[in-house]
Design a protein around this ligand. Structure first.
Ligand code: SF4
Length: 218
């Protein structure tokens, strides 16, 4: 694929592409929906699919339309193949959910801004949930966070893929700032020690939870 295809992913027909505009923590406004609807109609995009990462994938785009569609959307490009943060998914938390005990949308938005554009050894997915029910699949994400009454729990090394792995708990009862600091520390350790394209789950299986604990205790 050419570099100037702006996040577009070649589809199995080997002719058309999908693009995934960023919709941080899955929140969309009427204006965003109108922009999406306008390009879907104008370019006759055959499939629009909501992804597991709470984004809209526009599928079946012709190569020569990609640039113009991005211009008309005016939305940030969602990365789908690069070695970086792919998305932060977050549940509604205290914003609306009656079970919510922490502000998952607020923390998720903050993490999305912090790590947008940062390179990592492999793709990173983050899930932030407002209570231990973990509707944002926190325990199956590279970085997982969920709220309890006393504060945030942070987990690291989860994956839902072909070889699923439940993440390890690296901190509990944390304030928001403490949780963000701990996430940064785990990712620093991962950056410094992981092999290229080694997801956090494989990295943790190779290096062990004890080694991470030792690093975090320093
Ligand atoms: S994780 Fe808890 S707060 Fe979030 S949507 Fe599920 S039940 Fe609600």
């Amino acid at each position: 694929m050419k570099d100037d295809l702006q996040g577009a992913i070649l589809q199995r027909d080997k002719e058309t592409y999908a693009i995934v505009p960023r919709t941080p923590v899955g929140i969309v406004t009427a204006e965003v929906l109108e922009k999406l609807a306008a390009v879907i109609r104008k370019y006759d995009i055959p499939i629009t699919k909501i992804t597991s990462g709470q984004r809209f994938a526009l599928v079946g785009i012709q190569e020569n339309e990609i640039e113009q569609i991005w211009k008309e959307l005016g939305l940030d490009i969602g990365r789908a193949t690069e070695l970086c943060l792919h998305y932060v998914q977050a549940c509604p938390g205290t914003a609306v959910c009656r079970f919510g005990v922490q502000d998952s949308l607020g923390l998720g938005s903050e993490l999305e801004k912090d790590f947008l554009g940062v390179d990592f050894p492999a793709k990173i997915k983050i899930g932030v949930s407002g209570c231990p029910m973990c509707c944002a699949e926190s325990l199956l994400r590279d970085v997982g966070i969920f709220g309890k009454k006393k504060g945030w729990t942070v987990t690291f090394g989860g994956n839902a893929g072909r070889r699923p792995r439940i993440a390890d708990v690296v901190g509990e009862d944390l304030s928001k700032d403490e949780a963000v600091k701990l996430v940064n520390k785990c990712l620093d350790y991962y950056n410094d020690n992981a092999r290229k394209k080694e997801r956090t789950s494989r990295f943790m299986n190779r290096t062990g939870f004890e080694a991470l604990q030792e690093y975090l205790a320093q």
